[in-house]
Design a binder for this molecule. Structure first.
Ligand code: KIV
Length: 280
């Protein structure tokens, strides 16, 4: 595809001051619709553990589950960059395992992988990029570390945490990350990082002074009834879906679905023959 967006296009967009728009995608239709409206990047996020599988956190998500949804998104053959999340414990054990697991996602058609963490994952980011695998970093609130962080808490609330995050962002850039997600972080910290690194920052709950934004598709469409506080709902699909389903239930119960234009008949002649054969 000639106008396909690659990781280096994200960096070019930062240089030219064009805002980058990303959304998560888990299915062929998520990807197709997002691509149709010109979204720059799709993240097959491990958030699928919560919004698709109904897990209580992202920790149980497996590489196989990621691959299943990545395959659906890749089948949409999007212009948008496709980033696949590396789930918990697929990149922490060793650099070799990280390369092998990330490599599987790339072989399936992902354009890049995303891994959570700051200084502790810098060497892994370096190893992945050396192996030819583009990496998106992810700092601030790292949902895979919610147990260590004591919950899903705002990051960068004090100068020390902010300085650690700035150092992490710089190191991730030096290690080769082509962009960095900043999640649920005080806006001043995200703004400072955005100024200090030359790769784009993609924010979620971290203010407007970033190079781009990302939201979980089921949150922005209003399907998730309990989205995080930083989400803007652009639709209320849960009500629309419930309303459509309840009309379907009513129609079936009352014998109103299917209607005459929604089923097909055999010819009178064949029907007569059929009846003769049955009664004979
Ligand atoms: O998995 C995910 O959806 C994410 C976004 C929240 C950035 O990591």
């Amino acid at each position: 595809m000639s106008n396909k967006i690659y990781p280096h296009d994200f960096v070019k967009k930062k240089r030219s001051g064009e805002k980058i728009v990303m959304v998560t995608a888990y299915s062929y239709y998520d990807a197709t619709l997002a691509d149709r409206v010109g979204i720059d990047g799709l993240l097959v996020g491990d958030s699928l553990g919560m919004v698709i599988m109904g897990y209580a956190s992202t920790l149980p998500v497996t590489l196989d589950e990621m691959k299943h949804h990545l395959r659906a998104v890749v089948n949409a053959k999007t212009k948008a960059l496709v980033v696949a999340d590396m789930p918990f414990l697929t990149y922490e054990v060793s650099k070799t395992e990280a390369i092998r697991n990330a490599g599987e996602l790339i072989k399936m058609g992902a354009d890049a992988v995303k891994i959570e963490g700051g200084l502790e994952v810098v060497e892994t980011v370096e190893a992945l990029t050396k192996a030819g695998i583009p990496v998106m970093g992810h700092i601030g609130l790292n949902p895979q570390r919610y147990l260590m962080l004591g919950g899903y808490k705002l990051r960068g609330k004090n100068a020390e945490d902010a300085l650690n995050m700035i150092e992490a962002a710089r190191s991730l850039q030096e290690a080769g990350a082509f962009s960095i997600v900043i999640e649920f972080t005080a806006w001043q910290v995200a703004a400072e990082i955005t100024k200090k690194v030359s790769v784009p920052t993609i924010c979620i709950g971290a203010g407007v002074q970033c190079d781009g934004q990302i939201l979980v598709i089921y949150d922005l469409l209003g399907i998730n009834p309990t989205p995080p506080p930083f989400v803007r709902r652009y639709a209320n699909l849960s009500d629309q879906i419930a309303e459509a389903l309840s009309r379907y239930v009513d129609d079936v119960k009352k014998g109103l679905f299917p209607g005459p234009s929604e089923y097909w008949s055999m010819s009178e002649e064949e029907f007569r023959k059929l009846k003769e054969r049955i009664s004979g």
